[in-house]
Design a binder for this molecule. Structure first.
Ligand SMILES: [Zn+2]
Length: 158
């Protein structure tokens, strides 16, 4: 598979296909990580759609809490599909800040890198993430588990 380097600026102009290598966060390379891209949608490019399980959404939400974001930006990005600022979601006193950064999910053999807007893509735009990502969210270490916290901490310190 051809590997293409792209800068953060380029990300605004094109999407990244699901499960392609994700190269836009320099901290991953600094730590020697090689995450796979999930949910880097673009308004001019088609993306997979379909239903997802409620249990998946429940498990995914905490990954998007502000405290678990990596590669954060100061000013939240608008959704590239509807050009709106996606509204924050609050649960158990914690909240998301959609567009403010990226999430990391640990699967059995891969780490997945997704924009925190993925929650909005699924609920507002019917995006369906790849099966192996869904499995990682459901069966891998939950958001806030020691492995996940350590990964987020290392990435934010890199
Ligand atoms: Zn949108």
């Amino acid at each position: 598979m051809a590997r293409k380097r792209s800068s953060g600026r380029e990300r605004q102009r094109h999407g990244i296909a699901d499960l392609e290598p994700y190269l836009d966060c320099p901290a991953d390379a600094t730590l020697g990580l090689d995450p796979l891209a999930v949910g880097w949608l673009h308004r001019r490019e088609p993306y997979p759609t379909g239903p997802v399980g409620a249990d998946f959404l429940v498990a995914l939400l905490p990954f998007c809490y502000e405290e678990h974001l990596v590669c954060a930006v100061r000013v939240p990005r608008r959704c590239p599909l509807c050009n709106e600022i996606a509204p924050p979601v609050e649960r158990e006193g914690r909240r998301t800040l959609p567009g403010a950064g990226e999430i990391r999910v640990l699967g059995k053999s891969d780490i997945y890198a997704a924009p925190d807007l993925i929650m909005h893509y699924i609920t507002a735009h019917n995006y369906r993430p790849p099966h192996e990502f869904v499995q990682a969210v459901l069966l891998g270490p939950p958001a806030g588990a020691p492995e996940h916290r350590a990964l987020v901490r290392s990435l934010n310190a890199a």
